[in-house]
Design a protein around this ligand. Structure first.
Ligand code: PMP
Length: 428
């Protein structure tokens, strides 16, 4: 198909994420991807700075992931999970339990990150119902958080960026504490968690759980906060009889420099949500892991089962990809790679901080962020990045990169140079 025809078809019929169908943003046709390169239909190659939204940690078209999926495809690509089990799911659940913070013994494997958050929310509600505390069904979340786009998940996203006014009346109403003030390295002050503590104390009889993204708030603002804050929040949840749900859909599998961001504070959630990099960016798959206490607790109450069961639950092809991705990750020097990436991005992006239109530059693990003072023109900035041979997709005031872990030093330097070049031109 020629490029013009493809773009016309796209314009006629295709809905893109967060995009108007009447005045759509430009889209770039990609025909293949390998390693850290996306190949455009016109033959240009771009260095990937996004890992396809946190997912493609090993780069694209990885032979080990392809081989695992091809082998599984020969056996079966899918089979229902009700009344049936299979090796890829059983092995994957064992691996997730092994890797996760201790105590998270029961795994619910579902289709996408948002669904994992819905599952976690429902688990918490059913748990308290089973414990004879049916009033405990609201959630405490943190401003600037992001947990997905389905209604339950949206209800715990930041009320402003999550468009709660637009959806008022159909979104469950939750409680929100201010976002942590202290940055990743900043000293923790008790006052920073005081509003969270006050909300918990006041509403403990109706709150089922505290939900938050440990250490890195992703799509709600790309903010990094103090592990000590996380640790205190977890403690407060326990003291006040709330379950603690850690949403590690974005942070999981090494991105922040620890296998899970909870590891920065040695925090153990009651429920852990995983997704995105779980399959190394090949297939959609997510999981909600629960402690034995939560899982068994749920099953002690009516109706005696957990009320969720998506059609593609435990999809064997996706589970096989996830198993291969975990193996690849563990066999790789990922901690060293993330550390190197962090050092190079810090060097490469910090010069942007001196520009008057840049509010902040921050780097943590494999995440590099340049925050501008006013929102960027996405179409224009994206064109400039493509002209410089890189794939970076900013949103709002956030121009950020989180490259595949396998990125070579030269490519990372090129990516950072493109960031500096494009950001420098912003105000001209
Ligand atoms: N939670 C977090 C922290 C996320 O970053 C995302 C996706 N950006 C989600 C949940 C939702 O995942 P999905 O897009 O796979 O539904």
């Amino acid at each position: 198909m020629d490029i013009a025809e493809l773009l016309e078809l796209d314009r006629q019929h295709v809905w893109h994420p967060y995009t108007s169908v009447t005045s759509p943003l430009p889209v770039y046709p990609v025909v293949s991807a390998k390693g850290t390169r996306l190949r455009l239909a016109d033959g240009r190659e771009l260095i990937d700075g996004m890992s396809s939204w946190w997912c493609a940690i090993h780069g694209y078209n990885h032979p080990a992931l392809n081989a695992a999926m091809a082998a599984q495809l020969e056996k079966m690509s899918h089979v229902m999970f009700g009344g049936i089990t299979h090796e890829p799911a059983a092995l994957l659940c064992r691996e997730l339990v092994r890797l996760a913070p201790p105590g998270l013994d029961k795994v619910f494997v579902c289709d996408s990150g948002s669904v994992a958050v819905e599952v976690a929310i429902k688990m918490a509600v059913q748990y308290w119902h089973a414990m004879g505390r049916p009033r405990k069904k609201r959630f405490l979340a943190v401003r600037s958080g992001y947990h997905g786009d389905t209604l339950g998940a949206m209800s715990v996203c930041d009320p402003g960026t999550g468009m709660h006014t637009l959806f008022s009346g159909i979104l469950p109403e939750q409680l929100f504490a201010p976002a942590p003030k202290a940055g990743f390295d900043a000293p923790f002050e008790e006052a920073d968690t005081a509003p969270l503590a006050a909300l918990m104390r006041e509403h403990r009889d109706t709150l089922a759980a505290l939900i938050l993204e440990p250490v890195v708030q992703g799509a709600g603002g790309m903010r990094f906060y103090s592990p000590a804050w996380l640790s205190r929040a977890r403690e407060l949840a326990r003291e006040n009889g709330l379950l603690f749900i850690a949403d590690e859909i974005a942070t999981g599998f090494g991105r922040t420099g620890k296998m899970f961001a909870c590891g920065h504070a040695d925090v153990r959630p009651d429920i852990l949500c995983l997704g995105k990099a779980l399959t190394g960016g090949t297939m959609t798959l997510a999981a909600a892991l629960a402690t034995r206490e939560v899982a068994e607790g749920i099953c002690q109450g009516a109706p005696g089962v957990f009320m969720h069961g998506p059609t593609f639950m435990g999809n064997p092809l996706a589970c096989a990809a996830a198993l291969a991705s975990i193996r690849l990750l563990e066999e790789s020097p990922w901690e060293k790679r993330i550390h190197t990436m962090e050092t190079r991005m810090r060097e490469g992006l910090t010069p942007c901080a001196k520009l008057p239109w840049v509010a902040d530059v921050r780097v943590l693990g494999g995440i590099g962020v340049v925050e501008t003072r006013s929102p960027v023109n996405v179409a224009e900035i994206q064109r400039k990045f493509v002209e410089r041979g890189v794939w970076v997709r900013p949103f709002g005031k956030l121009v950020y990169i989180m490259p595949p872990y396998i990125i070579e030093a030269d490519d990372l330097d090129h990516l950072c140079a493109a960031m500096r070049g494009v950001v420098e031109e912003l105000e001209q």
